[in-house]
Design a protein around this ligand. Structure first.
Ligand SMILES: [Zn+2]
Length: 253
């Protein structure tokens, strides 16, 4: 017997899931629970759920694969070509940091005002992860926690435009499009300063102090830009010195 389909129900499920993707509750790349489980939780039939998922797949919001259903990286259509153009382009890096300087402070301000209790907890957990990675001298884990903290703040700002755009940029940052985070994190003294800056942002958001949160986040981006400029200058200096050196200086006499 053909299972009964309820198109209105499928629409309602699709709309609900779409809202969750829009609001950032479901994140690009995240795998959804198995169909059976999801149908049970939503208290709907599996055919209705499947129909809803197919609707979302057609609109490019999810991908249905053999191993499960995944929220699509729908921003990648825009960011991948952009990343390719921006990769190792110096002016793009400067512009990126200027843009982040404009947005980051306001995101933190909104997060301090709008964060839910659940989001506050997530920010606190992330700060603890960052402290631990710092203590363990693990620059990779610390840099990961850095990106996560910023994304949590974008989410807590409760502005879906800001969240999706900034999340897409942080994916690019993750891929090393703008600069090497490891290069930043392994630079002597920088890790301590970054930790302090992140803790200051987190503390201000958790204390629900919008002005302080905005100030801390803006300072953080400015300081990062300054450090990256220093790294760049050093690289230019070394390259220049290397060019000046002749063959005779590389070999023993
Ligand atoms: Zn940061």
């Amino acid at each position: 017997m053909e299972p009964i389909r309820n198109p209105k129900l499928a629409d309602a499920i699709a709309e609900h899931l779409e809202q969750m993707i829009l609001e950032g509750v479901l994140r690009p790349g995240e795998k959804l629970a198995a169909e059976r489980e999801l149908a049970e939780k939503l208290e709907v039939s599996r055919p209705s759920l499947r129909e809803a998922l197919e609707k979302l797949q057609k609109r490019g919001l999810i991908e249905i694969t053999k191993t499960g259903t995944v929220v699509a990286q729908f921003m990648a259509m825009m960011t991948e070509p952009l990343a390719a153009m921006m990769q190792s382009n110096e002016q793009a890096l400067i512009d990126y940091l200027e843009y982040r300087g404009l947005v980051e402070g306001e995101a933190a301000r909104l997060a301090a005002i709008r964060a839910t209790e659940v989001e506050m907890d997530a920010i606190e957990t992330c700060l603890n992860r960052m402290r631990n990675a710092h203590k363990l001298d693990d620059p990779t884990a610390e840099a990961e926690a850095d990106i996560d903290l910023h994304v949590l703040i974008y989410e807590a700002a409760h502005n879906v435009v800001l969240m999706h755009v900034m999340r897409a940029f942080s994916e690019m940052l993750h891929g090393g499009v703008f600069y090497s985070r490891l290069q930043l994190y392994t630079r002597p003294g920088v890790r301590d300063v970054l930790l302090e800056q992140h803790l200051a942002i987190g503390a201000a958001v958790l204390a629900r102090n919008p002005d302080l949160a905005a100030e801390a986040a803006t300072n953080h981006v400015r300081a990062t830009a300054a450090t990256l400029a220093e790294i760049r200058e050093e690289q230019v200096r070394v390259a220049r010195a290397l060019r000046r050196m002749g063959r005779s200086e590389f070999v023993t006499h």
